[in-house]
Write a protein that binds this ligand. Structure first.
Ligand code: ZN
Length: 454
């Protein structure tokens, strides 16, 4: 094989799951990386001889998968009070008595450290693209967090026009902040400026209409929270006389540029409107379980997928979902689908994994750029170490073993946009050990300043 494009790196593996539709796993294969792109895929021996000077990552004992997508992650606020919010609080208290006070006391430096720590954990678990969930006060510092780790994602700024809450503003102020993020990220090779609102019933009609228009006009995405519980339905019904998705559809907000986080408690008419508008959903099943929000009873995400809807998996926050490990969410999504249907034949490991890779990319409108190991796409690749105990003996079905026997802890090396950002389980662009003391100091100051834990 001759290749006209010189490779900077060869990623080799016993097994390559490209996640291209219908593609079988490749064996003894390699991926040639040039710049930030995948430039060739083929037999390992051929690619190595075609690019004899390129360094080789992986090889025997590794499985290559596409870098994973996390479609809903709060990169600030919860991180520095990780695993601190009790898991037996009444609905709403975790957010209004803990998370929001933590955000209110967050400094710019807290934002950068939080994002850096969260994205290190994400990268170490094979996640190379993260959708920030919409609660960022200092986007420049969160963008620095993306650069500290070398991964990609989408980023907006805190967007709500409620009274008396931190980082709130008028409609114009909120939109100006979103435009500032778009300027900040313009030309960034890995991070796209999105419009982000908090959502729920914490946005005026005027704000959500203008925000959706801004996203459309700037050819980018918008994300906001809606209906993880039935509280948004009750609130919209009393304010507007219609369920949330019906009301937003009437306002002209919905469309293929919209990624709604959660959408757990939706009725049939709402699902119909969301499907008809090609609105995507970010599905974070661990959060609903930890918060007791009723996904096992009300969740219809697999039905949404069956009817052609776009769905991506997410992890949410470090006190709601907790582990930033999309592979864990993949297994949970498959298990929940089977159990709630009382039908083991539905939504297997491969289909669930699709919604953390190519299906997730499609939900973000980025299927041409990320989500599969395909020539021309961004070189986002996770190498799974298949020598650990959970991989012995090797199953002939690598997807079953990856999803049901393993999780993000099997990921050993990660390439993002052509750069090795995790090597032997450690981030390469930043020394993780130097962050530990700072994280403890910032945690203690934040808990004190936010008046938490009393
Ligand atoms: Zn969220």
């Amino acid at each position: 094989m001759t290749n006209p494009i010189e490779a900077d790196l060869i990623v080799a593996a016993d097994t390559v799951l490209t996640m291209d539709p219908g593609a079988a796993p490749l064996h003894q294969a390699a991926i040639a990386v040039g710049g930030d792109r995948i430039v060739a895929i083929g037999p390992a021996a051929e690619l190595m001889s075609a690019h004899p000077t390129a360094p080789v990552l992986g090889g025997t004992g590794f499985m290559a998968i596409p870098g994973l997508v996390n479609a809903h992650q709060h990169l600030t606020g919860d991180r520095l009070i990780r695993s601190m919010i009790p898991d037996d609080l009444e609905p709403g208290r975790a957010v209004f008595e803990w998370a929001i006070p933590a955000h209110a006391a967050h400094t710019a430096g807290d934002d950068e450290l939080s994002a850096t720590l969260s994205l290190i954990e994400a990268a170490c678990n094979g996640i190379t693209f993260t959708v920030e969930a919409g609660t960022v006060a200092h986007p420049d510092r969160v963008l620095a967090g993306f650069d500290n780790v070398g991964v990609g994602g989408t980023l907006g700024s805190w967007g709500w026009d409620v009274d008396g809450e931190p980082w709130a503003g008028s409609v114009d102020e909120v939109l100006d902040r979103q435009r500032e993020v778009q300027q900040l990220t313009a030309g960034h090779p890995r991070v796209d400026g999105w419009v982000t609102l908090v959502g729920h019933d914490l946005m005026s009609d005027e704000l959500v209409v203008a925000a959706s228009e801004l996203a459309r006009a700037s050819d980018t995405g918008i994300t906001f929270h809606l209906s993880p519980t039935d509280a948004d339905a009750a609130s919209y019904l009393s304010r507007t006389g219609a369920l949330p998705a019906i009301h937003l559809d009437r306002l002209g907000v919905l469309g293929p540029h919209v990624l709604i986080a959660h959408g757990v408690h939706l009725d049939g008419d709402e699902i119909q409107r969301l499907l008809a508008s090609d609105t995507a959903l970010a599905y974070c099943p661990w959060a609903y379980l930890r918060l007791g929000q009723g996904v096992t009873r009300a969740g219809r995400h697999v039905e949404y997928i069956r009817r052609g809807g776009r769905v991506a998996l997410g992890c949410d926050a470090e006190n709601a979902g907790d582990a930033i490990d999309v592979l864990g969410a993949v297994a949970l999504a498959a298990g929940l689908a089977k159990d709630t249907a009382v039908d083991p034949t539905v939504f297997g490991a491969g289909e669930a994994l699709h919604h953390a890779t190519l299906g997730a990319a499609a939900a973000l409108g980025m299927a041409d750029e990320i989500g599969s190991i395909t020539v021309g796409k961004r070189a986002d690749i996770a190498l799974v170490d298949t020598t650990g105990p959970e991989w012995v003996p090797r199953s002939p079905d690598p997807v079953l073993q990856l999803v049901w026997a393993s999780d993000g802890r099997s990921v050993r090396h990660v390439v993002a946009s052509g750069r090795v950002v995790v090597h032997d389980g450690e981030p390469t662009l930043i020394d993780r050990s130097t962050l530990t003391a700072e994280a403890q100091q910032r945690h203690e100051r934040l808990v004190h300043d936010a008046g938490l834990g009393h």
